[in-house]
Design a protein around this ligand. Structure first.
Ligand code: DON
Length: 318
């Protein structure tokens, strides 16, 4: 049975106890070792591996946190589900499905493979799919597209966000694998504009600075059917929230998605700067940030924390 986190069986009855629970969980997971800080984007290698923050935001607008929940880092792939939602809203399901599928790959997030039947990226959570989706960001110039993208994330977080220029430049200078993926998709007709143009907004999108608390609010926006519970603003149309959650569930943790579903059982998305965002629909959003990642690109402490929370409150939706 699905227990509710904030009410009902298995409840944590008061704000104080939620905070105490998170403090204890934080104490346990912040001592875990294993994994390594991402270094294929040189600027990310400078991250402090000891950082560890957990945050929860409920659909009635309460936030709870422990540890380094207000330290900024770059959102990286956790941006992908949100731009996917934006693209669906702008162009509709059919048009987007022509360009990006909804099948898990069982491959790494940066794999250079397209679905050979349709010649399109497998899903919007791997780099290929996310680059194709980034083409849908509105704007006549790179500056306008960057601004529109940043506005989307600011509305999701409920505060004005900014881009980490150093991380953006670092990926712009070294992201040749993503460049190869973009050119391959230009060849197959899955993108139409100049690859460098699309990569520019994709690299900026990955370099948006957020905190674990921001990600918890973004997750709670998905849990709340697209309305940011802090600002009350609708950011994602209700009809596309289930599309987003479905691909997060099947593809959000890359080639660990099956095991994640088995162990944790809630839709989630990870990013190589060390964050994981997870959604309990109709209840709350969870975010964990800790830079060391495993071989799949998922935060080691983030996975451990989500496993514990899911077990403690029987959140597995299956
Ligand atoms: O495109 C990239 O490689 C990065 N900007 C984002 C990758 C990422 O976060 C994958 N997540 N685990």
């Amino acid at each position: 049975m699905l227990r509710t986190f904030v009410s009902g069986e298995g409840e944590i009855p008061s704000s104080g106890l939620v905070s105490d629970y998170l403090a204890e969980l934080h104490f346990r997971i912040s001592h875990l070792s294993g994994g390594a800080v991402a270094s294929y984007i040189p600027e990310l290698a400078k991250a402090d591996p000891k950082l560890c923050g957990i945050a929860i935001a409920t659909i009635d607008g309460k936030t709870y946190s422990a540890g380094d929940a207000d330290v900024e880092f770059t959102i990286q792939s956790v941006s992908k589900p949100f731009v996917y939602g934006y693209a669906l809203e702008r162009h509709g399901r059919e048009a987007i499905l022509q360009r990006v599928g909804v099948e898990p790959t069982g491959e790494a997030f940066n794999s250079i493979v397209l679905d050979e039947v349709h010649n399109r990226p497998f899903n919007p959570m791997v780099n290929a799919g996310a680059i194709a989706i980034a083409e849908t960001i509105k704007g006549a110039t790179p500056a306008e597209r960057a601004q529109n993208m940043l506005t989307l994330f600011s509305r999701l977080a409920g505060r004005r966000l900014s881009i980490d220029e150093q991380v953006y430049r670092s990926e712009l200078e070294t992201g040749h694998r993503n460049r190869a993926i973009a050119y391959m998709m230009l060849n197959s007709g899955m993108i139409r504009r100049a690859p460098e143009d699309i990569l520019d907004v994709y690299f900026r999108q990955c370099a948006v600075r957020v905190t674990a608390r921001d990600l918890a609010v973004m997750a709670a926006t998905l849990a709340n059917d697209g309305v940011n519970p802090l600002s009350g603003e609708r950011v994602i149309a209700t009809e596309y929230v289930s599309d987003i959650l479905t691909v997060m569930n099947t593809c959000g943790m890359y080639n660990y998605a099956g095991q994640w579903s088995y162990d944790v059982g809630i839709p989630a998305k990870s990013g190589v700067a060390g964050s994981i965002l997870a959604v309990i629909p109709g209840q709350l959003g969870i975010a964990v940030f800790s830079p060391p990642i495993d071989q799949h690109g998922n935060s080691v402490r983030g996975v451990a924390a989500c496993k514990e929370i899911a077990q403690d409150f029987r959140l597995n939706i299956f």
